[in-house]
Design a protein around this ligand. Structure first.
Ligand code: C2E
Ligand code: CA
Ligand code: CA
Ligand code: CA
Length: 279
């Protein structure tokens, strides 16, 4: 049994070594990735459920590295956060998202609100609001075409300073959205204290909702919350028509998911927006 235990420990250590080596390699490559132009954005449309027209776009970051290939954000974002590289990356994403939307506008395509994901580190910068408003000014970008997606824990980890930042941003016209709603925090008091526009219902509540009575109860409660606090709702991760039909019966207006569209390249998104001209 002893030997067995030791074997496991050695295996565990080797695994740990491999993991930290992978992490260090990734960190080194991430530091160069902006300069080497390895990041690009994908765009996933959000639809008005009733009319099935596109009413918004979520920006999703992609990293293509020569040796590592296409690395999923779930893998590289934690590394970028720990090494604080996410601050530069996050700035790049915001700037790139604005430039892309302005380019679409110049091409005669509708400029829909762009939802950009933020990491805790970004929002916890004392001058984050100024960074964003500076970008808006520099690009002459309409603030109401920017939606910032934050999770509940990002808000609550540093509640008072974050509240000030968000109030500042929102007064300039930027919209604030709570991502993965329902998974992060059980105290809902912040809904009345924070300046919010959108709740994004987490995918875990949407998957198979049509056959899961408990999920239906949860989403029904979220719909009521959204009404009470005058917030828009987005259901994310919709993969089936049956889910869509159920969400419609609950009164959810906006939906996002593989059923309607996967995350698209900029040119695919432009093509899709072209079909919506005049909206
Ligand atoms: P998220 O913000 O919750 O984004 C939604 C994720 O669900 C995306 O994964 C999207 O591709 C995926 N998705 C959309 N529709 C469906 C569906 O119908 N079914 C399923 N199974 N998945 C769906 P992705 O692009 O891999 O991003 C993963 C996470 O990485 C995001 O989760 C977000 O937390 C983070 N992320 C992505 N881009 C950025 C960024 O620019 N900055 C920061 N800080 N985080 C980002
Ligand atoms: Ca998101
Ligand atoms: Ca500030
Ligand atoms: Ca989400």
């Amino acid at each position: 049994a002893k030997n067995h235990g030791k074997g496991h420990l050695a295996e565990f250590n080797a695994q740990l070594g491999a993991d930290s080596l992978r992490r260090m390699t990734m960190e080194r490559k991430l530091k160069e990735a902006i300069r080497r132009d390895e990041f690009f954005l994908n765009f996933q449309p959000q639809y008005d459920l009733a009319s099935r027209s596109i009413v918004g776009v979520e920006v999703l970051l992609r990293w293509q590295n020569e040796e590592l290939g296409l690395v999923p954000p779930g893998l590289f974002i934690p590394v970028a956060e720990q090494s604080r590289i996410i601050l530069d990356i996050g700035h790049w994403v915001l700037e790139q998202a604005m430039s892309q939307n302005l380019a679409w506008g110049r091409a005669g395509l509708p400029m829909l609100p762009m939802a950009v994901n933020l990491s805790a580190l970004q929002v916890h910068q004392h001058d984050f609001d100024e960074q964003v408003t500076n970008l808006l000014r520099q690009h002459a970008y309409p603030a109401d075409r920017l939606e910032l997606e934050l999770t509940e824990s990002v808000i609550m980890d540093n509640a008072i300073p974050v509240l000030r930042q968000l109030e500042q941003l929102r007064s300039s016209g930027v919209r604030i959205s709570i991502d993965d709603f329902g998974t992060g925090y059980s105290n809902l008091g912040y809904l009345s204290r924070f300046p919010l526009d959108v709740l994004k219902i987490d995918r875990s509540f949407i998957t198979h909702i049509h056959e899961q009575p408990q999920q239906q109860q949860i989403v029904q409660a979220i719909v009521q919350l959204a009404r009470a606090f005058d917030l828009q709702l987005v259901a994310e991760g919709v993969e089936q028509e049956a889910e869509l039909a159920f969400l419609s019966s609950l009164g959810v207006e906006r939906v996002q998911g593989y059923l309607l569209a996967r995350p698209l390249s900029a040119s695919q998104m432009a093509e899709l927006l072209g079909g919506q001209k005049g909206v």
